[in-house]
Design a protein around this ligand. Structure first.
Ligand code: SF4
Length: 65
């Protein structure tokens, strides 16, 4: 995961507050992790929605209403 050429740029704009996740700044890995679970990455959520750590599609729809 340390091979991503965009990791510094991505981390600078990443809003994920889930500490300790090894996928911070590696957006392809983040998507690959969440997609099979019918989830979206933190960056789809506003600050309040992100803090729930519920990345489900259902929570996303609640968050954007
Ligand atoms: S959204 Fe999920 S996979 Fe992506 S950095 Fe945050 S905790 Fe990790």
């Amino acid at each position: 995961m340390g091979d991503c050429k965009n990791i510094k740029k991505n981390i600078a704009i990443c809003n994920c507050t889930y500490a300790g996740c090894p996928r911070h700044g590696v957006c392809c890995e983040c998507l690959a992790y969440h997609r099979p679970a019918a989830q979206l990455p933190a960056c789809y959520f506003d600050a309040k929605g992100e803090r729930t750590y519920d990345r489900s599609f259902e929570n996303y729809l609640k968050n954007v209403k």
